[in-house]
Design a protein around this ligand. Structure first.
Ligand code: ZN
Length: 658
């Protein structure tokens, strides 16, 4: 563990709250301390209210904020006086507690305060930091965890047994803290949950966290339980597994009743974990900290039997839900983590971002499980404790906030020719509708177009069969399946009359504009068949199909060829619930081929200004890449759900086409 504190940066902070923001972000940057919204921090500040009276205010992390990116408005200001009175109550329900926290803030628009607000208030220090540090949960989740914590820290920390977060934990802390605190106390360990540090300054509280976690890491290293890679398992990259993965994703999506993203990773660390003899035991204990359950579920699925997993989940639900004061409805029973000998470790989510969060959490869980096993034995909390958190109304609220999601949530699209022009615009339109997108292009700039969990850019020559198969394989490993395909890649060759048209020129145009699309369609077909909501294909045709021009024989014939290909595919694939439609764009000038020079020359040859030339259509309107892309995306959506084999112009109206 290294302190990231930078005195120069810290000196830029204007006040105590800014310092709180600064050191919270330092904690958030270290993924071994907190992951995706985990952990919380606070500072107690004396302020004058509008009446000029002095008030002590607890600024505590608001729900929905991530420590890594938190800003001033991410801290909810709650009156200390009221919090301390609440801490004296014998009982307080979750909803009562949230109500009290919300109604005793001094800023009406602030986010809902963390459910640990009362706990932060009780701790008599200006700055309080809380993380779920991997090293600490590794030790507290191992056999003899309590004794090990005592050995490591002595009287440096107060130790609390596991308790459900919220009011009960605050009560427990109020009692135990008073009993155990000494002038040597630097922090507090919560068994099977995490660690607190606290101090009079932001720097000291942060650096105490670092040094306390460092002690835990040193202990694990001393016990020779830190570096654990055993065997380097090779996966045969040449064997394409994408169809089997897509089938598994279909099973999960069908049972979840919505399309899901499934992200597989077969890195060395994961294969080593999966192939351990005791994997059936160590992977089936439970999460490292109860907070993770809402993302990962209690247990990963071993293998591919989704029905069996669901059956077990129902049993678990039935066992723990009966006899509760408040009735709870069962959540979607499908797995969020998959452990598969061939595919690697799978992370499942309603969106690519959710799946990436699951993958991150499980990545840390693997380290924790293996290190705790090396110490002695990995022991998670009993299922009943995990269930309490999984079905805790306050945790469920975190997930509900995300809502139903956009139209293509959980779906996967592939776009060819994605690096620029209409292809790039299609990527943007599909991402905007919630799809995860695989962009293919011969230009390697496609790889770095977007840095986000729901985009994968792959350099790919679509006229080479092997490139297509590899791209599908990578796309499926990343997102789990293929629901939509936008066939946009193509070349627009120089004008040439038939009398001067060489065989080579003709072949080249056909190979890229026609043959390549046949290959992709053939390879993608079995995957599109497994699309949970049915497969959809959009073919990028051209105005030249209904209204060809002289000098464009090769181009027009290739585009007419793919149009016919699409019509026949519509006939052949309808029974598989795959729709395919063709767009005929014209005069889309915001693409790479239309440089200012070319535009000026063309406009001049018609005796028009560039602007007049661009609007040379019946509606006198300009057609942009974005216009074409929006229509392509809509053709994959519910609006066109009853349409297949159709051809639609997007050209501002052309009298020859009409
Ligand atoms: Zn916590």
């Amino acid at each position: 563990m290294k302190s990231l504190w930078n005195q120069k940066e810290a000196e830029q902070c204007e006040n105590e709250l800014d310092l709180r923001v600064y050191s919270s972000r330092l904690l958030g940057q270290d993924k071994t301390l907190v992951l995706h919204g985990g952990g919380n921090t606070s500072v107690k500040i004396n302020e004058k209210n509008i009446l000029g009276e002095d008030e002590s205010i607890l600024y505590v992390k608001g729900s929905g904020w991530d420590l890594e990116f938190i800003e001033r408005p991410g801290f909810s200001p709650v009156r200390m006086e009221h919090l301390l009175k609440l801490a004296e109550l014998k009982v307080l329900s979750d909803s009562q507690m949230v109500n009290e926290l919300k109604t005793h803030m001094v800023q009406a628009s602030a986010p809902t305060p963390s459910v640990e607000a009362i706990l932060h208030a009780i701790l008599p220090y200006k700055y309080v930091d809380h993380t779920h540090a991997d090293a600490v949960v590794t030790i507290t989740n191992s056999n003899d965890g309590l004794q090990r914590i005592k050995d490591i820290y002595g009287d440096k920390v107060v130790i609390l047994p596991y308790c459900m977060p919220g009011f009960d934990l605050s009560r427990l802390c109020a009692d135990e803290f008073r009993k155990q605190v000494t002038d040597k106390t630097l922090g507090m360990v919560l068994m099977n949950h995490g660690i607190f540090s606290f101090a009079g300054t932001a720097k000291e509280s942060y650096e105490r966290m670092i040094s306390l976690v460092d002690m835990a890491e040193d202990y694990i290293k001393q016990q020779k339980a830190w570096n654990l890679l055993q065997v380097n398992h090779e996966v045969d990259e040449h064997v394409s597994k994408h169809l089997e993965i897509a089938r598994l994703r279909k099973d999960i999506s069908d049972r979840a009743e919505k399309p899901m993203i499934v992200h597989f990773n077969a890195g060395i660390k994961y294969l080593d974990y999966i192939h351990r003899e005791n994997i059936g035991d160590i992977s089936q204990q439970g999460p490292a900290t109860p907070d993770h359950v809402i993302r990962t579920k209690r247990l990963p699925m071993l293998g591919r039997d989704v029905d069996n997993y669901i059956e077990d989940y129902k049993q678990y639900f039935k066992k723990h839900a009966t006899g509760r004061k408040q009735a709870v409805a069962m959540l979607d029973p499908t797995p969020r983590v998959i452990i598969d000998h061939e595919f690697g470790i799978g992370a499942v989510g309603a969106t690519a971002k959710d799946a990436a969060i699951v993958a991150d959490i499980y990545d840390h869980t693997v380290d924790i499980i293996l290190r705790a096993t090396a110490l002695s034995e990995y022991k998670a909390l009993p299922a009943s404790d995990i269930f309490d958190v999984e079905y805790w109304e306050l945790e469920q609220a975190k997930l509900k906030k995300s809502g139903a999601g956009p139209v293509f949530s959980g779906e996967v699209a592939m776009v060819t020719g994605a690096a620029s022009g209409i292809g790039l615009a299609c990527v943007e339109s599909l991402l905007a509708r919630g799809a995860a997108v695989v962009g293919l292009d011969i230009d390697n700039k496609v790889e770095s177009l977007f840095q986000r969990a729901d985009y994968l850019g792959l350099t790919c020559d679509v006229s080479i069969q092997q490139h297509i198969v590899q791209a599908l394989d990578k796309g499926i490993r990343r997102f789990g399946g293929l629901d939509m395909l936008v066939l946009n890649a193509g070349i627009f060759p120089k004008s040439r009359n038939i009398s001067e048209l060489s065989n080579e020129f003709w072949r080249e145009v056909m190979q890229i504009n026609l043959d390549a699309n046949l290959m992709i369609m053939r390879e993608a077909y079995p995957l599109l068949k497994l699309a949970p909501k049915g497969g959809r294909v959009v073919m990028m045709g051209s105005k030249n199909v209904p209204a060809p021009g002289p000098g464009a024989a090769a181009y027009s014939v290739s585009k007419a060829g793919i149009t016919q290909l699409a019509r026949i595919a519509a006939l052949e694939w309808g029974a598989d619930n795959i729709r395919i439609n063709t767009l005929h764009p014209d005069a889309v000038f915001d693409t790479a081929i239309w440089t200012d020079e070319v535009l000026n020359a063309r406009a001049e040859s018609y005796g028009l200004t560039v602007d007049e030339y661009k609007r040379k259509n019946i509606l006198k309107t300009e057609v942009s890449s974005h216009d074409v892309a929006e229509l392509a995306a809509e053709m994959c959506g519910p609006l066109f759900s009853k349409t297949t084999g159709a051809q639609l112009p997007v050209d501002g109206g052309n009298d020859r086409v009409i």
